[in-house]
Design a binder for this molecule. Sequence first.
Ligand code: PLP
Length: 294
Amino acid sequence: MALLFALVIDPVASEDRRESYSDTFTAVDPCGPVLPLGELSAQRGDGVFESIGVVDGHAQEVGPHLERLAQSAQLVDLPAPNAAQWREAIARVAAEAGAGESVIKLILSRGLDEGSAPTSWITLASAPDNALARTEGVRVVTLERGYQLDVPGRAPWLLLGAKTLSYAVNMAAIREAKRRGADDAVFVTSDGYVLEAPTASVILRVGDRFVTPEPHAGILHGTTQLSLFAHLGRRGFSTAYEAVLLSDLKNADAAWLLSSVRLAAPISAVDGAAKRVDRALTDELNAYLLSPRH
Ligand code: PLP
């Protein structure tokens, strides 16, 4: 993804209220050297982030993304981000986006030292072409996450519910899926429960019911899934958060991976077994997800 624009944001306490925060933003060359080599985000992946879908210059679901950024910051003991400052910075960056789809990334890093001011920046990039994933679907393989469903609650230091910059495991899972001839992975606990994909939430349709794994400390609560469940509810479907077994995924009438940039990608196979792709419903879900959302 080519970076198009970037802003560095000076830290401002969350309770600091101002009319404008524009003097705390510095536009930087998105391809130039900006961060010192000692940055703990680069050295340890010590920080948190968000990826926001942008459609025709409109940043989608800014509120839920800022809420999740604050939650991730709290889980890793970083100072609470100032929501008004970040909202203004996102609007400033979105104004640089042209027509079509792009991605805004918010990054909040530990900074140079434990205890020093955090470093924050926002980037704008063009979005990859997700047309095929949205229409033909994605073949997934299930990969063991290596722990039981109750472990994240018992071991919060594993940070499994935070969107940290340490995505090396998630990327390794996608490479493993590709080695196995699939397009993406779905993580499953060692006791057989479906969690999420490395960069997406999982939802299933069983008849007129839509189900997603209960958001708990082990998975991220997806902003796309939240928004889509509200839409499905308005359309008269029932939606539920449940413990989802691997067999539920295999037996579901249909299933999708949901995320802010790729949006709804129907699952076309699970571990080599084909799954029917509902093109008409998927097109409708993606039309909703591409419409301006707040
Ligand atoms: N789960 C993980 C691990 C993710 O990385 C993501 C998105 O990046 C999601 C779920 C979906 O979240 P969202 O819909 O907010 O993009």
